[in-house]
Design a protein around this ligand. Structure first.
Ligand code: F6P
Length: 319
């Protein structure tokens, strides 16, 4: 490849900018031309590309969001949209594309690869729901935001001897809830991967208060339920009225942690090297410290395994 493009797509995540920077600088270092596509696949269809130089990605490694903007593009789900995207790249003499995003973005990259564009996917999502990588770019920052919020909630919950329900993002994946719950010592973690019984949760909460606990924190992954509904059911079961906090898009903003910046930098450089090797249609990741490139087809058709060991540990430690 001589010329590549990079885009960010789907929900943004902290560290996407660090990934864009790594792709651009690694490409330039290796003598490639590199273009930034604005607004994900929508920008590709609209031929909204600009050449990137070293300075285009200066002062962004520490910023949340994405300087390339992002979009959830319906048109790109159609064969016509995908064909158009491939044509735009070809007409500009671009033979490689790095797509930074989640599941939907990977599906798009897979289609382009089948149309002859060399593509690499980078896992950019706070949800940590992409398999064949231990962590996705943005997850570490999102978890740290949730932990920080729970620390604050604990103060006021303890003063009032109250219960708090914190609803977190993650779509169909419980990882944000699991990791933040373990790190913040939550009493209960409700995730879509593990069935739960609210009667047990309510009984345990009542007993814990009776035995001297001065607060109770329940984390609800959005894929497992709605914070307000869980609160209503708990009140009906044990008479306690939990206060509900929905953290929402706060989890997707702010400066990325050093872990996310390093992950993004390593994966961005790896993706460029893979393209230079002539590889295509791969999702990039790091598993147990080793780089891996997995067929995107396999990535999008495999469900990420839930870490039951961590879940059971969190339960044991939250007595
Ligand atoms: O995939 C990232 C994510 O933040 C999910 O956790 C959440 O379900 C979804 O995106 C929210 O989407 P939107 O930003 O379009 O409301």
């Amino acid at each position: 490849v001589k010329s590549i493009a990079v885009l960010t797509s789907g929900g943004d995540s902290q560290g996407m900018n660090a990934a864009v920077r790594a792709v651009v600088r690694s490409a330039l270092f290796n003598g490639l031309d590199v273009y930034g596509v604005q607004r994900g696949y929508q920008g590709l269809i609209n031929d909204d590309l600009r050449p990137m130089d070293l300075r285009s990605v200066g002062d962004i490694i520490q910023r949340g969001g994405t300087i390339l903007q992002t979009a959830r593009c319906k048109e790109f789900l159609t064969p016509e949209g995908q064909q158009r995207g491939a044509e735009v790249l070809r007409s500009r003499g671009i033979d490689g594309l790095v797509v930074i995003g989640g599941d939907g973005s990977y599906q798009g990259a897979n289609k382009l690869s089948k149309l002859g564009i060399k593509t690499m996917g980078l896992p950019g999502t706070i949800d940590n729901d992409i398999p064949f990588t231990d962590l996705t770019i943005g997850f570490d920052t999102a978890v740290s935001i949730v932990v920080d919020a729970i620390n604050k909630l604990r103060d006021t919950m303890t003063s009032h001897e109250r219960s708090s329900i914190v609803e977190v993002m993650g779509r169909h994946c419980g990882d944000i809830a699991l990791f933040a719950g373990l790190a913040s010592g939550a009493e209960t973690i409700l995730v879509p991967e593990v069935p739960y019984d609210l009667e047990q949760v309510a009984n345990r909460m009542r007993e814990n208060f009776q035995h001297g606990k001065r607060h109770s924190i329940i984390i609800v992954a959005e894929g497992a339920g709605n914070g307000e509904d869980v609160a209503r059911e708990i009140t009906a079961l044990n008479g306690i009225e939990p206060r509900v906090t929905v953290l929402g898009h706060i989890q997707r903003g702010g400066a990325p942690t050093h872990n996310d910046r390093i992950l993004a930098s390593r994966l961005g450089d790896f993706a460029v090297r893979k393209l230079m090797d002539g590889d295509s249609g791969k999702g990039c990741g790091i598993v147990k410290g080793e780089f891996v490139a997995t067929d995107i087809e396999k990535v999008v058709t495999t469900k990420k395994a839930f870490n039951m060991e961590l879940y059971e540990l969190a339960s044991r430690l939250s007595q």
